[in-house]
Design a protein. Sequence first.
Length: 319
Amino acid sequence: MTDVPDLTEDPPEDGDAVQAAPEAPSEPVLDPQDKTTILQTRVRGALLALPGEFEFGNPVSGIAATDLFNLNTLLGAGIEVEVVRTLNKLRAMWDPNEEWLGYRFERSAQAFPDVRLVRRDEGANDIALGIELKGWWLLAKEGEPSLRYQVTPAACAPHDLVCVVPWHLSDAVAGIPQVIEPWVKSARFAAEFRDWHWQNAKNTVNDTTIDHPAGATPYPKKADLVVAKPRFDADNFGRLPRSHPLMDDFLARSKSHEILGIAVKNWISFLKQHKQNATHDSIAEALQRMLKQQDKRIAPERAQELLSLIRQMGDVLDR
């Protein structure tokens, strides 16, 4: 009788065992009865209500075509200041029972988080929660927020938030700044997910170790060390839009938002065509190609309407 070979493999040595990647982190489950949890839930609601409440008093005009992609640099701080003012105006949403009297949102660009709900009356300096706030000019050529979120998770209090507020001008290249639905997540969760993605989801053979500062605590002082540092490729660390799928749905939804009937993603494509040496006709031809390649569902008559509108925008850009 022929011997049957044993096809079973020996169990791996301890040093050879392959460890499964840890599961991606999820947003923390907070005590629903906690006073600060209730406050945080209401603050999230106020942030999501921004599109209907945000007001920016002065219209923007006369922006050179070459500066359009950099408008967040020019106006971003003003947008964030106005978001904070709007949150304070929406006090009835986040403090309907007047449990947080004396508290108001304050912005400090050099602090983390850069927006804090604080009470300063009678010498107090109590912080209820914080929001790391970032404005996103929707027509930026990168097609994503320039958010560099490098804080260590230990510097995030359990109720802190991170928020990205997309904004655009009412007439695309001029007009009143307007905001659309923001992205709001737990600040600690966002930092933990960033680390998880860096160490487990990137297809790389490089060292993915991240060094975190010792002793980091929430609401650090300016001199405190709170930045996490990877040992390789530090320039790309902290780009939350690339920590897939953390912001994927939000980015897709935002770039599908229409300004003057045209999706944001198509505005970006058009503005990229508007070089300083581009002629009016070449811009129109580039738009026609774009519409055929990217928006095959658009009816020919609608495409002509869009082309006419874009030509009007071209006139604005060429002034």
